[in-house]
Design a protein around this ligand. Structure first.
Ligand SMILES: *Cc1c(COP(=O)(O)O)cnc(C)c1O
Length: 350
């Protein structure tokens, strides 16, 4: 920290991303990336597209917004696109939780929410999950704060049903409810249809997980046109070219090849369910994940040690130090072959 840094950032604790190691080739099951490459059209990027990089990207992202609107059954004015959903979420925190209004989210959820709150000087209400990591909708009734829920949640993988989200929306008509659907394509119910009936609902999704494009940085939000206009106001005050030209084009191509991604999701879900059975046989316990990861612990095994021993054997998983989490490891669902290696390593270690 230099002596020049503004006071307001001195106490900021930045987000800690999962390791992206360079020193050795790991089986990488630590950051919920897809084990499968992007679709054929995305991979076949053309020389002309690279030459077009001399031009700024379309600040209105017309093509991609139209394509997203079509795919999700909404209008382009209901769609905002961002440089990863992290940017979209930060804009939403800025738009709807500042002025002292505050944000409410679970004690165990995506680790970026408290960082966005701190960055924007937003007071927070931390709402503990139940002992089994489930979220109790009643805890979110009539809060008069911006509500942020990852559905499915990270790192547990547990998902709320649509009716439960609807109860929360109904009891908070004067607050924005942000549903972060980063993992929704792996088997949970999407709240996008509810955006037509609730003007206080913002659904945020990403191309990083189910669409194999984490490195391209592309996220989006769907909601009432007025909510989207708010986010656009902030975007045009920050960086109108927030999504680069290549990523806009590749995002559109990806949507044209949706069936490829649907197949991948099916494969990942099948692998996940097979892994649940296997973990269960080995005496692990875990919440019933609807995401592309499992959050597992074994009675009597030390979570941190397990992480370290797996790493030594070349398998990278994610361990969190927080009190309620430290017995667990979050393990991304890879290919069946990768998971086989994981289980062999676990057998050796245990
Ligand atoms: C991965 C993840 C994101 C961020 O995704 P990007 O689009 O890559 O920024 C947002 N929310 C949750 C819950 C995630 O797990």
């Amino acid at each position: 920290m230099s002596r020049f840094l503004s006071k307001q950032y001195e106490k900021l604790t930045p987000y800690t991303p999962g390791e992206q190691p360079r020193e050795r080739a790991y089986i990488k099951l630590n950051t919920n990336e897809s084990p499968y490459p992007p679709s054929p059209g995305v991979v076949a990027i053309k020389k002309e597209q690279l030459e077009d990089l001399r031009l700024y990207s379309d600040p209105e992202a017309h093509g991609l917004r139209r394509a997203l609107a079509q795919q999700y059954g909404v209008n382009p004015e209901n769609v905002h696109v961002g440089n990863g959903s992290d940017e979209v979420l930060n804009f939403a925190f800025m738009a709807y939780a500042t002025d002292g209004r505050g944000a409410a989210f679970a004690d165990i959820t995506y680790g970026f929410y408290p960082v966005f709150a701190q960055l924007n000087d937003i007071p927070v209400s931390i709402i503990p999950l139940r002992e089994d990591f489930s979220l109790c909708p009643e805890d979110y009734f009539s809060l008069h704060q911006t509500i942020v829920i990852a559905n499915p949640n990270a790192p547990t993988g547990l998902a709320l049903r649509l009716e439960q989200v609807e109860e929360i929306l109904l009891s908070n008509p004067d607050s924005v409810v942000i549903i972060d659907e980063a993992y929704v394509d792996f088997g949970a119910q999407s709240c996008v249809p509810l955006t037509k009936r609730y003007d206080n609902l913002l659904v945020v999704q990403t191309f990083s997980k189910s669409r194999s494009m984490a490195g391209a940085r592309l996220g989006f939000a769907i909601g009432h046109a007025d909510l989207i206009a708010d986010l656009e106001r902030i975007r045009f005050s920050t960086n109108p070219y927030n999504v680069n030209r290549l990523t806009l084009a590749l995002g559109e191509t990806a949507l044209q090849e949706q069936s490829y991604y649907d197949e991948n999701c099916k494969r990942i879900i099948a692998t996940r369910e097979a892994c649940k059975a296997r973990f269960h046989q080995m005496g692990f316990v875990f919440p019933d994940s609807k995401a592309n990861f499992l959050f597992v612990k074994k009675e009597g095994a030390n979570g941190k040690l397990l992480y370290e021993e797996l790493k030594r054997k070349g398998v990278l998983v994610r361990h969190f130090e927080a009190p309620r989490l430290s017995d667990y490891n979050r393990i991304t669902i890879g290919t069946p072959q990768q998971m086989e290696v994981l289980f062999q390593c676990l057998e050796e270690i245990l």
